[in-house]
Write a protein that binds this ligand. Sequence first.
Ligand code: GDP
Ligand code: MG
Length: 318
Amino acid sequence: MPLTHKKGSTDGTPRALRLTQLAARLRNGDRVALAKGISLAENDPARASKLMGLLRPTGRTFVVGVTGPPGTGKSTLVDKLIDSFRGRGLKVGVIAVDPTSPITGGALLGDRIRMTGHSSDKGVYIRSMASRGWTGGLSRATSQVIQLMDAAGFDLVLLETVGIGQSDIEVVGVSHAVLVVLMPGLGDDIQVSKAGLMEVGDVYVVNKSDLAGADTMIVSLLGLFRGSSRTPSVLKVSAISGDGIDKLEGAIESIRSRFTKGNQELRLKSIRGMIVETARASAMRKFAQASDVRADRLARQVLAGKMTVEAAAARLEK
Ligand SMILES: Nc1nc2c(ncn2[C@@H]2O[C@H](COP(=O)(O)OP(=O)(O)O)[C@@H](O)[C@H]2O)c(=O)[nH]1
Ligand SMILES: [Mg+2]
């Protein structure tokens, strides 16, 4: 059977028409359509882009990035925040970027269990996205999922990331507000400054205040920001006991109220992040596709002593 027949549709319906239907259903908040849209964002960037063109998201969804080292209690905290914002009548979407694939389970299963309390609530939509296997496209996919949730009428998106390295910082770059979640006892300064978390947070949360060392950590965090031009909030909470969650909700609400009042800088921040990350993903993909053969040719020239690695790289860039 000729493979070319696989292109287009299998049932005779033009693909464009089906995208139009999908867009219409999404705008009505249809959860099945949302799930389909998210699958497109994960697996078919080109069609997902077309879908974005049809949806024209409004930019009214407020996005809260939640980052920080693994095990600090981000998922537990997100679960608590779902309750808080549902209590305010907001429709809440959750994107949990997870280091494990759905096939291997692991931490993904942990997150699911921590958030299952909301499975029957139609005002909550929780989706995990496996971070493994992505080469620079995760932030692009995340941006698209945010736009899908926006089109489907979600007021707030909580975006939990894995808390490891640069890709994480890129993922939270699409947020309006970033929570950095820490816990006592991991070497206070190291958690923040070495992980590149100093610059990204709007709210620094010391979770697990029920454990020893939380106050010391608060003091060293405040010390870290003293003398810097930034003055992020520093809060002590316990996701398990619920202590301090109201203050955290208040800190997020104060940023969100600036957003809903139309604060230009805040609105631009997330859109700027989405543009940069989408372009970056596309550039990296094109670069990877184009560079293999050329890199091989350049490597031969370097090996033959005709060129330096730097010169070869500059040539490849063009
Ligand atoms: N003692 C204590 N443990 C907590 C608290 N919040 C979360 N944990 C526990 O910390 C572990 C990691 O939590 P999780 O939410 O999966 O962390 P994540 O990796 O940052 O998402 C779990 O065993 C939680 O039950 C807290 O406030 N106090
Ligand atoms: Mg987690």
